[in-house]
Design a protein around this ligand. Structure first.
Ligand code: MG
Length: 246
């Protein structure tokens, strides 16, 4: 596990700030009639205009600058000109930027126009679960305390936590150790760790299914899924969100 100095964490702020700006720009573009390819282009343009590099593009062969996952798609949705957003959709966007040799990573689920009560519920619960996971990311706690806080809150609200995908360290590489599961145990948190916490929450079963395209992950039962993520630094004073939107 890479331990960063305070100076290195400071240097990571720009990559994280650009990641947050890209996510914000994506969220503002979510409306009925827009394709996920158009949103991907907005993310790409934003990151490049800020002098950074979209760090998802080409990673493991991923073709886009953002993963855009609509309704029952959990994560890794491929941007497509054939996926047209419609009123009532919920749209998870995951994106990151690299600059100066450092990476940022963040995600959020956005409402497309007016959404049903259950759709609002899963977004609200997932966002709050992330906040609770971050609050548990105190030096001296274990990585598993983050997941336990997430899982307890999500299940108390009648929803389920995806097990098969996890958060991760962030730094010189987008994906570093440790794994940050949304439940379970894991190593102890120490000041200087930078991690992405990213609860993925399903309305029904926690079971997910990879689609034939080799990327798109959907819920096994076709019910809704939501995803929120921040890159945070563990500091002696507690967790600090590096991908806070302006
Ligand atoms: Mg991530």
């Amino acid at each position: 596990i890479q331990i960063k100095t305070a100076k290195e964490i400071e240097a990571m702020r720009l990559a994280c700030e650009i990641s947050a700006g890209a996510l914000q720009a994506a969220g503002e573009a979510v409306r009925p009639g827009v394709t996920t390819a158009q949103i991907d282009k907005i993310v790409y343009d934003y990151i490049v205009q800020r002098g950074a590099r979209p760090n998802f593009k080409g990673l493991y062969g991923f073709p886009g600058s953002a993963c855009i996952s609509v309704n029952d798609t959990v994560i890794h949705g491929l941007p497509s000109k054939h996926i047209v957003l419609k009123e009532g959709d919920i749209v998870s966007v995951d994106t990151g930027a690299a600059i100066g040799g450092w990476n940022g990573d963040n995600a959020a689920t956005f409402a497309c126009g007016a959404v049903a009560g259950n759709a609002q519920h899963i977004m609200d619960v997932t966002k709050e679960a992330l906040a609770r996971g971050i609050a548990a990311a105190q030096p001296g706690n274990r990585v598993g305390d983050i997941g336990a806080a997430v899982q307890q809150y999500v299940e108390a609200n009648g929803l389920s936590v995806v097990r098969t995908f996890v958060g991760h360290g962030v730094g010189r590489k987008l994906h570093e150790d440790p794994e940050v599961p949304n439940g379970g145990h894991g190593p102890r948190l120490v000041a200087g760790m930078v991690i992405a916490i990213e609860p993925m929450v399903n309305e029904g079963t926690h079971v997910v299914k990879e689609q034939p395209d080799g990327w798109t992950i959907k819920t096994a039962d076709g019910k809704l899924s939501a995803h929120f993520e921040h890159t945070i630094a563990i500091t002696p004073k507690g967790p600090v969100i590096l991908t806070q939107q302006a």
